[in-house]
Ligand binder design. Sequence first.
Ligand code: 4AD
Ligand code: MG
Length: 496
Amino acid sequence: MAIDNLVETIIFAPKKVNQMTSRTVAELLSEKQTQIDIEVKGWVRTFRANRFIALNDGSTINNIQCVVDFENFEEATLKRITTGAAVHIKGTLVESQGKGQSVEIQVNSIEILGDSDPETYPIQPKKHSFEFLRENAHLRTRTNTFSAVMRLRSSLSFAIHKYFNENGFYYMHTPIITGSDAEGAGEMFRVSALDAKNPPLKDDGTVDYSKDFFGKETNLTVSGQLEAETYAMSLGKVYTFGPTFRAENSNTSRHLAEFWMIEPEVAFMDIHGNMDLAEDFMKSVIGYVLENNKEDLEFLEQRLIQEDKSKPQAERSEMSLTDKLRFVVDNNFKRVTYTEAIDILRNSKPNKKKKFNYIIEEWGADLQSEHERYLVEKHFNCPVILYDYPANIKAFYMRLNEDGKTVRAMDILFPGIGEIVGGSQREERLDVLKQKMAALDIPEEELWWYLDLRKYGTAVHSGFGLGFERLVMFATGMTNIRDVIPYPRTPQNAEF
Ligand code: 4AD
Ligand code: MG
């Protein structure tokens, strides 16, 4: 009996506490009951006419209006209600007198939790450039645009875990520090505990990494794929979702040195199953935010409409943000081989008129983002899955086709983004994989465990990698990848 009571107290006590303390702005704005006493904490967005506080706490894009009867407050307190200040408000929730909101707060008391200096506070209630806000990335989520983007980022992340969880995948954590170069591109950040000024040297004068922390050369991972393959070959369906690092010196609006990647890997699935999975997955996560992030999407859509007005007619988008997302969810992705794509590109107007920076002449050319975007935005006008690429422009682990010159690679290309997903069926034949590694000078000792998978119970398997920030760009309509990750890492920039 006594124990039963105890359990009850433990379970119900936190709820009571919650009701007594402050509520979020989102909760209050959807509250049906008025004339109730409430408390709320947040940051002042604006304070108008010594009377109206627009308060935001991050729980929603919307502010709650708090009405102050200035006669009841001391001048000194009113002066401290400035943009950016943190406040604790107690008052009565009432039906709103003004337009634009259903409820507002009649303020009974205000406690200033943290002052803000209106002279120096960077986030003034006016339009700021994204460049300026990048320099103030620690405060930029106090703006509507960045709070909406980051709420969407959080929501997409949840939708991804939800999708895999509901489809029988196990979430695995692949290592961040590795000794192998999964993509074979050599664009890695070294991880070392050696004294940079005075490292131990070998007889030939090169650094002796056998004396380093791990007893060998190590780097930050460029992809969790190879380790994910090992788990797919025992657990069946797995995925990783973690940070990946690339030291490629490309200062573009679509590349980060540190980005997050989602990599599912599935045993007994071929390239076509891989395309089906990727398409279903992309539609599901985009569908999730269409359903669950309506207010933030509506705000970002309006932002884009305003931005478009300042552009020449030809550069304006034909579809609104939500139409664009809906279009991806409702339409089949076009599946095209690399060879077909090369034919289309070779005969395209920009190729013939030499408008592309890289003119497509021969089969075998690597596609640049200008070509990918032509295919998606001009030719097909829908998301495209390109597959069966030339072997020599793709990574060593991809399954060689019977023609001996193409591999079962697949890239998904999205409007406005270009490549968003890269994946493949993996080479499961030991002899073929060994030949490929030898041809590319990849030492077998480094990947002995990867080769083991082909020795013991090998099977067809496939997977892909989705660049998370590119997905967030697509879902929010943001055009610079630096604006969809909290603290971007790019060449010459690791502030915050
Ligand atoms: O095409 P990638 O290089 O493929 C892989 O890493 C495979 N191991 C994935 C797999 O099959 N498991 O990268 C996958 C995706 C790209 O399509 C792109 O969306 C994103 O990762 N990506 C980047 N995103 C931001 N900044 C960068 N520097 C990126 N490099 C790749
Ligand atoms: Mg790729």
